[in-house]
Write a protein that binds this ligand. Structure first.
Ligand code: NAP
Length: 499
């Protein structure tokens, strides 16, 4: 089907890819099924991609398995050079990639450009790390032996990504996998396949050899079959997944039969704590940056904002002034700061969390509805919202809201707030603002999360390890730790050496 109303204009039209990429070639799904890609700003379909099944998944795994020996045999410098070329092409096509992200995901264009740069930074980083996958020499316990440790690629990697950062999440997985010498089969989220397909096209243009990187698209209905084929395939040695905790737990369970190596970057429920001694202006600034990026649809988005008694009223006032001034609108409007939510399900969840909080006694300081003029049945916009007087019996205290909603909880003591912050099964990110240096160190140590922002709301960097503890998963992305996740440690014992 063609989409005559397609208003998406790219400098390079060929970056709108609408097929699977397997063994170096674009193809339809074997069964010929397709599904539409929808613009969340208006609910209109504007492209379509293969709705793949297990046969397509197996084709991709066959291709990746065939390519593995050749790819791992290349020198680290060769792999790095290809990744650097890919990085350069991502930067050269930044505008088109940003347009694709905005169109299928809904984030404002300026943010989408930021995502392209952020994703590209991982490709560059891992190109540089590829040549530093060092091993070790261990002092021999007896004469005549040498003990060595070498790092080897894990094998074929299956990468499964969410819709909220369609480029960055793919780049963050594919780049370290390829750097380590692994080959990849990838499946993007149903809602956002086009950015991932364009990214793979650029990898092809960069000269990544056929079979090394394969991607198949699937709708939510077909996804379990596609991923299931990889879970049971003994040649797929690693699953790297970013998404919800529920799906991550299912992957851990279902991959047990073949005991795959797993990286699980799962959901969060981040606390953001403002102590009485914090710089309040800085704290508001940090919260705005952490909370409203991507309309609050990020895994490290503060979900529970704890403010100490002495500054509670002032903080609420400063914050509400900033939040109510945020501009909501389509990605194409340069003034927009908050785009539409990804789909109706997401919007319904946000509305349910706010209604539940108000019913249980929270006070609405701003927002709390769809914005006027953007409330048609097809619209998924939600007004940036601040709720005061939140409590732990509310849904938004227990689950990720994943939207532009700030809930303020009042607290009195450090012990009380640390206990409340840790009172969740999740442990991805936490933030706090304080100036007392002893408190800074104490609280940083006591928070049960993989990432802590101290007097800082923007945490992610390609050089830093990103990942969680508890039910936010395991494994780290970015940094030198991120490369380790795609490698095995092999011990070589060379004996019989004569003196
Ligand atoms: P999701 O529903 O778990 O989906 C993530 C990916 O898993 C998608 O590709 C999805 O495909 C696929 N999937 C869904 N059901 C599956 C199944 N039964 N078997 C195999 N794969 C399956 O999560 P989401 O709603 O897209 O993303 C939001 C979640 O991701 C939030 O919880 C957020 O916190 C988390 N997240 C975490 C991080 C991190 O680094 N920790 C980063 C970003 C997001 P379909 O789209 O086709 O269903």
């Amino acid at each position: 089907m063609t989409y005559p109303n397609l208003t998406l204009t790219l400098d390079r039209g060929e970056l709108l890819c609408q097929g699977n990429y397997v063994d170096g070639a674009w193809r339809p799904g074997r069964a010929g099924c397709r599904y539409p890609v929808v613009n969340p700003a208006d609910g209109q379909a504007f492209a379509e991609v293969p709705d793949s099944d297990e046969t397509d998944a197996r084709d991709a795994a066959d291709s990746a398995a065939r390519a593995f020996e050749g790819w791992r045999a290349r020198s680290a410098r060769e792999r790095a050079a290809l990744l650097k070329r890919w990085h350069a092409l991502i930067l050269a096509n930044k505008e088109d990639l940003a347009r694709l992200i905005s169109r299928e995901q809904g984030k404002p264009l300026a943010e989408a450009r930021g995502e392209v740069l952020y994703g590209a930074s991982y490709v560059e980083w891992f190109a540089e790390e590829a040549v530093r996958a060092y091993g070790d020499i261990i002092p021999e316990p007896v004469r005549g032996r040498k003990l060595m440790v070498v790092k080897e690629p894990a094998g074929v990697v299956a990468a499964i990504t969410p819709w909220n950062f369609p480029l960055a999440m793919m780049a963050r997985k594919i780049a370290p996998a390829l750097a380590a010498g692994c080959t990849v089969v990838a499946k993007p989220a149903e809602d956002t396949p086009l950015t991932a397909l364009a990214l793979v096209r650029l990898a092809h243009e960069a000269g990544i050899p056929p079979g090394v990187l394969n991607i198949v698209t699937a709708s939510r209905g077909h996804t379990p079959a596609v991923v299931g084929a990889w879970l049971e395939d003994t040649r797929v040695r690693k699953i790297t997944f970013t998404g919800s905790t529920a799906v991550g737990k299912g992957l851990a369970r279902d991959s047990a039969a073949t005991l795959k190596k797993l990286s699980l970057e799962l959901g969060g429920n981040a606390p953001f704590i403002v102590f009485d001694d914090a710089d309040l202006e800085d704290a508001v600034e940090g919260l705005m940056a952490a909370k409203f990026r991507n309309g609050g649809q990020t895994c490290v988005s503060p979900n529970r904002v704890y403010v100490q008694d002495g500054v509670y009223a002032r903080f609420a006032e400063l914050l509400t002034a900033r939040v109510s001034a945020l501009a909501v609108g389509p990605a194409t409007d340069p003034a927009s700061q908050i785009g539409p939510m990804i789909n109706r399900r997401a919007l319904d969840k946000i509305a349910a969390h706010v209604a539940d909080a108000v019913e249980k006694g929270a006070e609405l300081l701003c927002g709390g509805r769809q914005p006027a003029g953007r409330d048609s049945p097809a619209s998924t916009y939600y007004a940036p919202t601040v709720l005061a007087g939140a409590s732990h019996d509310m849904l938004l205290a227990r689950e990720e809201t994943f939207g532009p909603v700030v809930a303020l909880f009042r607290f009195a003591t450090e012990d009380e707030v640390v206990a409340a912050a840790n009172d969740t099964p999740f442990g991805l990110a936490a933030y706090f603002y304080a100036r007392d240096i002893s408190r800074v160190w104490r609280v940083a140590e006591r928070l049960e999360t993989g990432i802590v922002g101290i007097n800082e709301g923007a945490l992610a960097a390609e050089s830093a390890p990103f990942g969680g503890v508890k039910e936010s998963g395991y494994g780290r992305e970015g940094s030198r730790y991120g490369l380790e996740d795609y490698m095995h440690t092999k011990y070589l014992c060379l004996g019989g050496l004569k003196q």
